[in-house]
Design a protein around this ligand. Structure first.
Ligand code: GDP
Length: 453
């Protein structure tokens, strides 16, 4: 495990970062980098940038750049590290890496730096997982949530609950080990209070995953409506630019068009679809079938109606498809005289927004409503949302075991019954902090990372 690894850790741009970690990191970088001050890099103080020249494996100067040495244990991985801040040319970075490989350093695998940080106890598993969320965050809100989790917004409360449960179990064990002594009823009372509090907290955390996933991955959202209702115009208005083909010939959007739009901190993965209508054209019908399937899989349906026209048979397809889904009825073409019967729509939809996709009037109401509809409309998030399926599943399991232990404590069962379920909860929480996680799970988690992190 203690071999020395290196990777390019930057993603394009004028400056490129080569990161090296392991026992030989400082020595290897020192062999390819000569400080301008004439001293050896190995003698440089930790965490201080040193200017100098980088040489390729044949000793030719390939860059004038900075190097920094970072001595264990105060480093990201907990090992000795060194970094080269080069010019960002892929040629320079590759030659720099090759020079290091000639010094006995090997290419780092995906997520290997963070994996080492975890294995060396520098970060908990939930903090390490949040690093991945932070790298891939697509909205400011998702980044804020991830940054708070890198700082322990999930790991700290989970660790605290786990420690409390361990304390409680230890107390029960002590009592069980001395069976001649009567068990103090206060012990059961205190245990029940702790288990009650912990169960509620755990369920709340597990349930935040639905919103957390939306925060991280966005909301799959589909625009449904009959041909010419204005679906493509709405998508363009949301995007603020032309993307879908807008014409007044019904049936132009035959296939699905997907775009990401940020709406009040929520990433909407919007699909514009073929207009729903009866058709004999097999290609158009295939598009309509896909629109129907897409609607079923979407978290939000924007059901669009042409407000200048009475509701027709084709609109009934939209009503039927929206039933039972989280849906907003959009009455479009509000700039034209009203022809639609809004009362009928009110029977089908809780949320109705009249707007003009063409002029943009009323669009702000839709943009306000969408984050609220998906549970992300109330300001600050601060790391409170679980964004990770693995963590959510472990939290739910911990909550169930805690609840079972609570039941055992309240119904006067033997201490063994309380202990058994509480230990189950402790193990499930350990999967989040990393204390009870298997090697296979750790490998899978870090293989999702990019190389260089
Ligand atoms: P789709 O078939 O549902 O995607 O409809 P389009 O977005 O292609 O629009 C069909 C026609 O309706 C085009 O001529 C648009 O310019 C027009 N249209 C779309 N939205 C509005 C609107 O809000 N007001 C008016 N007056 N016309 C609109």
């Amino acid at each position: 495990m203690n071999d020395t690894i290196a990777a390019v850790s930057s993603a394009g741009g004028p400056i490129g970062l080569i990161r090296v970690s392991g026992e030989r990191a400082i020595e290897a970088v020192s062999a390819v980098f000569q400080p301008k001050n004439g001293k050896k890099l190995t003698d440089a103080p930790s965490q201080k940038l040193v200017y100098g020249t980088l040489r390729d494996k044949d000793g030719k100067v390939i860059d004038c750049c900075y190097a920094v040495v970072l001595r264990a244990p105060l480093t990201y991985t907990g090992e000795d590290m060194a970094e080269l801040q080069c010019h960002g040319s892929t040629a320079v970075l590759q030659l720099g890496l090759d020079a290091l490989f000639c010094q006995g350093v090997r290419q780092a695998e995906a997520g290997e730096f963070t994996r080492r940080a975890f294995l060396n106890g520098k970060v908990g598993l939930s903090e390490a997982e949040a690093v991945h969320d932070l790298i891939t965050a697509r909205t400011a809100e998702a980044a804020q949530n991830a940054a708070a989790q890198v700082m322990g917004a999930v790991g700290s409360p989970v660790q605290e609950m786990r420690d409390d449960l361990i304390g409680m179990v230890a107390h029960f064990h002590a009592v069980v080990d001395f069976p001649d002594e009567d068990i103090d009823p206060v012990l059961f009372e205190d245990a029940a209070a702790l288990l009650h509090r912990t169960t509620s907290r755990l369920y709340a955390m597990a349930e935040s995953y639905e919103r957390g996933r939306i925060l991280r991955e966005g909301v799959p959202c589909v625009i449904l409506g009959r041909p010419n209702a204005g679906k493509s115009t709405l998508l363009n208005a949301l995007l603020g630019r032309e993307r879908a083909i807008v014409t007044d010939i019904p049936g132009t959007t035959r296939d699905l068009i997907e775009e990401n739009v940020k709406v009040g901190g929520v990433l909407l993965r919007v699909t514009d679809t073929a207009g729903l209508r009866d058709t004999t054209d097999p290609i158009e019908q295939a598009g309509i079938d896909r629109a129907m399937a897409e609607a079923s899989a979407s978290a939000l349906i924007l059901a669009m109606f042409d407000g200048s026209q009475p509701l027709g048979d084709e609109d009934m397809l939209v009503l039927a498809r929206s039933a039972g889904h989280r849906a907003i009825a959009v009455i479009n073409k509000d700039d034209l005289p009203r022809g639609i019967d809004e009362k009928l729509l009110k029977k089908h939809f809780l949320h109705i927004v009249p707007l003009s996709a063409k002029t943009g009037a009323g669009l702000d109401k839709l943009l306000e409503l969408i984050p609220k509809m998906v549970g992300l409309g109330d300001g600050s998030i601060d790391g409170a949302l679980i964004t990770n399926a693995r963590q959510a599943a472990a939290l739910a399991r911990a909550a169930e075991r805690c609840e079972a232990a609570l039941y055992a404590a309240q119904s006067g069962m033997t201490p063994d019954a309380v202990v058994m379920d509480a230990e189950g909860a402790i193990a499930a929480l350990g999967e989040i902090t990393g204390e009870t996680v298997t090697e296979a799970v750790v490998s899978r988690i870090f293989s999702d990372f990019c190389v260089g992190k």
